[in-house]
Design a binder for this molecule. Structure first.
Ligand SMILES: [Zn+2]
Length: 431
């Protein structure tokens, strides 16, 4: 893809005739409790973008009356949004795009009744993706990542967090992070990189788990930081992956290297969260089974609970993360796809929004706030992204619907008509 062709330079862009504009305006902290459904809806709206940022957003009559706009209207590129819905570009704050093959064996085994743990024990699961990633070249992996990023952008996602985690050696983890960076340079959206060398213990360290944690802490994390290939370090804290004590060591090493932290935690079993919380992680992800006392603790922290219901869907679970209990207790909640080959091969945030509405009893407004503003907080990007307000990056998604509630309603149907990245019209442009 030639980004300059996809996103021609255009200094000013006016989006006019917006039926519903979801601004998500407010302060730059995660939305909690009743505030999660405040999406800053403006009807008959317009947005003016310039220099890659939002210049003005509000009722169309007020925007068009602005003296600057009246004088410069002929210089603008103007888009008639046809009464449709504009919202901040969706933010997918948890993905694993560096893999080489789909996991069809797992898919069939699970249909036949095997559990996640049984598939892993039989040599499937995460470890089967590792062999393919170790063999693949950086270029091959970069192409896979770029393909996923393009699919995400077509569905309205303009910012993506991307993890390594299928290499599990210093060389293959660095290669995976380089593949993310290579793809990010060819993609017009924003990419946040995360090192997930502590995804599982690789087969060559079976029975020597602490030795692998030593390699992660002493070798892989410092190397990724030195090469400036990752902003965050993630760990899968779970039975069969890493213990709480090992996870703390990994967080301590990340902090020493100057990197942020986040964790896969409480997916299958509850973990005590307070020791990990002392590292002020940006997010705790999955959070299917959180102890009640930890919910009260989380409600007082900036750490965002990122819920990943597409994994529950794809694993055929009848239980979903208890979003209501978390939200109503004041925990900051975000939503993400968990895009990965084993448990969630979907690039669609709109599908996740739909699942949140139908299976987690989140209202459409809450699900959208959790996929924009709170997801920006989960990546510590809330000063630049997540809402449509003057000064923020002009990353927007135009959906071919008249009412924002349709985004979660038309499930498995891509209604994203166009994205605007840094104030430039992008993919899906349909005239
Ligand atoms: Zn994950």
């Amino acid at each position: 893809m030639n980004p300059s062709r996809q996103f021609p330079s255009n200094p000013y862009l006016l989006l006019a005739n917006i039926g519903q504009l979801l601004t998500l305006r407010g302060d730059s902290s995660p939305r909690r409790g009743a505030a999660l459904k405040e999406i800053g809806l403006i009807e008959d709206a317009a947005v003016l973008c310039g220099g890659g940022r939002i210049i003005a957003a509000g009722p169309q009559r007020a925007i068009l009356r602005g003296p600057w706009l009246r004088k410069n209207r002929r210089k603008l590129r103007e888009v008639d949004c046809g009464g449709r819905v504009i919202l901040p570009g969706l933010i997918d704050s948890h993905t694993h795009p560096v893999f080489y093959e789909p996991r069809l064996l797992d898919f069939e085994k699970r249909i036949a009744g095997a559990s996640y743990q049984e598939i892993a024990a039989a040599g499937g699961g995460i470890r089967s993706s590792v062999a393919a990633v170790r063999k693949a070249t950086r270029k091959q992996l970069g192409q896979q990542v770029l393909g996923a990023l393009k699919a995400m952008l077509e569905q309205g996602t303009t910012t993506v967090e991307a993890k390594s985690g299928y290499g599990l050696t210093a060389e293959a983890e660095i290669k995976s992070l380089q593949a993310i960076r290579d793809a990010a340079r060819l993609w017009p959206g924003a990419v946040v990189s995360t090192l997930l060398a502590a995804h599982v213990v690789p087969p060559e360290f079976a029975g020597k788990e602490d030795q692998y944690v030593d390699v992660v802490c002493r070798e892989i994390i410092p190397l990724a930081a030195k090469k400036k290939l990752a902003e965050f370090v993630d760990v899968f804290c779970e039975h069969g992956a890493f213990t709480l004590g090992q996870s703390e060591r990994i967080f301590a090493s990340a902090r020493a290297a100057g990197l942020g932290t986040r964790a896969h935690v409480c997916q299958f079993t509850a973990s005590k969260l307070h020791t990990l919380l002392s590292y002020q992680p940006a997010s705790f992800d999955h959070m299917d089974c959180v102890a009640q006392e930890d919910i009260g603790l989380l409600a007082r922290e900036q750490t965002v609970a990122t819920l990943l219901p597409a994994a529950n869907y794809f694993l055929g679970h009848s239980e979903f993360p208890d979003a209501r209990r978390l939200i109503d207790s004041g925990v900051a909640v975000a939503l993400a796809t968990d895009y990965n080959p084993g448990t969630s091969p979907t690039p669609s945030m709109a599908f996740v929004i739909s699942l949140a509405c139908t299976h987690m009893k989140m209202s459409p407004a809450e699900a959208i706030a959790a996929s924009t503003m709170n997801a920006a907080c989960a990546l510590r990007l809330q000063e630049r992204k997540g809402s449509i307000e003057p000064g923020k990056d002009a990353d927007l998604a135009l959906f071919d619907v008249k009412d924002y509630r349709e985004i979660g309603y038309w499930f498995a149907w891509n209604r994203c008509r166009q994205v605007i990245m840094s104030g430039q019209l992008g993919l899906n442009e349909k005239s």
